[in-house]
Structures are given as structure tokens and as C-alpha cells.
Design a protein around this ligand. Sequence first.
Ligand SMILES: [Zn+2]
Length: 315
Amino acid sequence: MLRLVDLVSRETGVDVSRIVLLRHSTARIEKMEAHGLSVKEHTPLKSKGGEYDYDKHGDEVVVVIARDRVEGVYRVLGIEAEGTFRTLGSGSRVSLEKDLGKLDKPARRFRLQLLRCSAENRLVTGWTAPIQATLRFQEDRSRLFWKIEVDAPEQRLLDVETAELSDRELEDAIKAGLLRIGMVATATAEALVQQRRGADVLRRLTIFNYQGQCAVCDIAETNLLEASHIATWAESPESRGMLANVICLCSFHHALLDNGYWSLDDHLRPVLKRGVQSETIRNLLPPRMVFRKPLAHPPFAEFVRQHRVKHGFDS
Ligand SMILES: [Zn+2]
């Protein structure tokens, strides 16, 4: 079993405090269906100011649970429209809300993006009485939010040095977060070659993930692009092959990251070291510097936090 919020946080890169778990009761789903409405259609349109108002609660990711399975994991991109269920709803939604007596209640339609997440369709356990419709982060680890789990599929970690993998299999293993590099003592030349291949595929995927450009500047010359580990090779051996631990950076920004001249906050905004004397370095780290997020596997918040702590940004 796997804690649902940990899995979603790891794969989306969103902190657990920004995740809302939303569970529809079977009675409610049956009611929706009686009006010809699907759960998917229901998710973006919610009462304003209430328990389901994603904006009010600062939710970045919504995990929808229906019939005890994860129906979908969505990123909240913003508010698309405000009005009432009467003005914003489809025919079937209007019919449902009329039945519930909420037709003229203030409502918001959100722009949502369906994310690829391995939690999708998996069985959810732990959501016991009292039945709550939404669960949000609470510091107290004994709360229900922390007890919701999903069944885990069989996942086997692969060591690049010992597994005989084609380039395609290497790619798939890296994308699934299952490849380990350098965990096996590399006594043989053959093992070192395999390790090199793993690192090469990781670099290629990283460059692709960041669309062929340094994440914080305009350098797109492939010979200057590097796969930069956030938690370093030595500190975090088990995360060496994880895309969420690797950023595509040019050689300059890679060296400056490794030496603590800059880092990222929990929202992946650059934070810069103060009091740097060198004008050249200051020019490389302008105050308006922006981190461009990758296509998938954004830096995992925990790795970023470790990097900040190590270089004294959080003290
Ligand atoms: Zn750069």
C-alpha cells in the first residue's frame, strides 16, 4: 500500500499542502447519473466560497475519487468563469442543481488540466467514517488526510549495471522512476559502460523534458546543456536516475546551482544568494530570472528543500 498524497506529490511535484482529495459518495454519483451527468463534467464547476471552491483553499491539484477508485488527478489552472449553476452549467448540470435546490447559488468554473498520474484507476482504501467529501492537508499526521492509501502495482527497481536493457527499456525505466544508477559496486569495465549508458539516456530525456533549453536562461546549444542533479550523486544515491531530481541547465547555471549561488523555493521560483561580488555571476543570476517548468516530472519539493537547506537558504 502507498499513501495517496505522497504518490500524487511525487509525480506532480506539488507539495502535499496543495493537494485536495475529493470523494463522491455512491449516492451522489447515482444522482448525477440519473441526470445524465458524469463525474468528469462535475469536477470543474463548483459552489463559490464553499468546501469545493479550489481557489478559496489554494488547491493546486485535485484528486477525484469515485466508487473507491481514483477517477483522475487534475491541476487547477485558474478560474474560467463566475456566475451561478444556472448560467454556467450544462443542461444536465442545471437539471441536477435544480433538483438539489442550488440552481441560483454562486458558482465558479475552473480551468483544469488532467495530469498523468499512476494513481489513476487504483483502488483507494482508508476513507472510513465519518464520510467526508474533501480532505485537505493538516500538520497532524494522525488525521484522515494522511491515512488514505492506494494499492501499489508491482514495481521492480532496475540497476543499470546489472540489468540488460535496451535504450528503449532504459527510457521506460527512467520515466517510471525505477532506474537506479551506481548502487551496485562497479568493479568491471562492463558495469561502468552500462552506468555511462544510463547517464546518457538520462541526459537525453532531461534535455527533451526541458525542450532543449537551459531551465533558467536562453542557452539551447546542446553541447552546453547538462543534466544537473538537485540532490547530488553522493547525497542521494537512490534518486540518481529520477527525472524529478534532474534539471536541464547550461554549464554556467549548473556550476552555480552546485555551488549554492541559487536554488528554488517550494513553488519552483529561483532564490538567489545575496552579497555576490562578481559582476559576471550577478549578470548570470538576474533578479527577474524565471525557472521554466519541464513537460513532466518537475523537481520534487523534497529534493529542492534539501538543496536549500544544504546551501543555507532556509536559515
Ligand atoms: Zn543557463
